[in-house]
Design a protein. Structure first.
Length: 255
């Protein structure tokens, strides 16, 4: 497993959590005609299986481990008790590892989440969601090669899920493989053409490739699908600025 660098960790945090960042388009610089390459786009990650969603058919045998998702600490304790019970059958045990991994990820312990997902995969190697969740944990740690391998394995198991392509595209983005990211996003759109976050993410990759007109079209589509999607609105202004259309960037900001 590749050890992440400090810079890759920083990139991963930006990649996954940028929803929490303020919009950083410096309109004073744009208005005065100063071009800058330091403006950051906002990328939205999409989870295939949100943390703590377990298989509905086997929730009851999980006991408190299966119904405690609103309280991560309590959930971790309940799942740990189930895991430590030697008589727990494999079909329940893998879910306990998955849920505990989800909770560890939620509280900001991706290394522990990785360990739990790996143990869950050993018990249930045909589950695409486990590879997806471990891939997200790898991405958060800046281990983009490991993430791409996991998302690729998930796609082998579930090729019809658009969000797997979107998640792998984000890992490619972390490696600055923008053309590969665009290709994965194209495949995602073939499966689900109505996801505003996906249009936003492809628009960013296109912008990094200097394809600002194509990027603006994607941001337009994202805003049309979700008019309150501030991140896509902000990114559209950045793309206008990138192609030198500073008036359009200012109008995007103002209206």
């Amino acid at each position: 497993m590749n050890a992440p660098s400090h810079n890759s960790r920083k990139s991963a945090r930006t990649l996954i959590f940028l929803d929490n960042f303020a919009n950083h388009l410096h309109y004073r610089q744009i208005k005065s005609g100063i071009r800058t390459c330091s403006i950051s786009f906002a990328v939205t990650a999409i989870l295939l299986i949100p943390p703590a969603v377990a298989e509905q058919k086997t929730v009851n045998p999980l006991g408190q481990c299966g119904i405690c998702q609103k309280d991560p600490g309590r959930c971790i304790e309940a799942c740990s008790r189930l895991i430590d019970t030697k008589a727990t059958p494999a079909e329940i045990l893998w879910q306990a590892f998955k849920i505990r991994g989800d909770m560890k990820s939620r509280i900001g312990e991706p290394e522990h989440a990785l360990a739990d997902y790996t143990r869950a995969i050993a018990l249930n190697p045909g589950n695409a969601g486990l590879y997806n969740n471990r891939g997200i944990a790898h991405t958060r740690q800046g281990r983009f090669d490991d993430a791409i391998r996991d998302f690729t394995r998930a796609l082998d198991l579930a090729p019809g899920l658009a969000r797997l392509y979107i998640n792998r595209a984000l890992a490619h983005f972390g490696k600055r493989q923008y053309a590969d990211a665009v290709q994965d996003m194209d495949k995602a759109f073939n499966l689900d053409p109505e996801d505003a976050r996906a249009f936003n993410n492809r628009g960013i990759a296109l912008s990094r490739l200097g394809r600002f007109d194509d990027a603006i079209r994607d941001f337009d589509r994202a805003v049309a699908l979700a008019p309150e999607y501030a991140i896509a609105f902000n990114n559209r202004g950045i793309a206008h600025a990138g192609k030198g259309a500073f008036d359009a960037a200012i109008q995007n900001r103002e209206g």
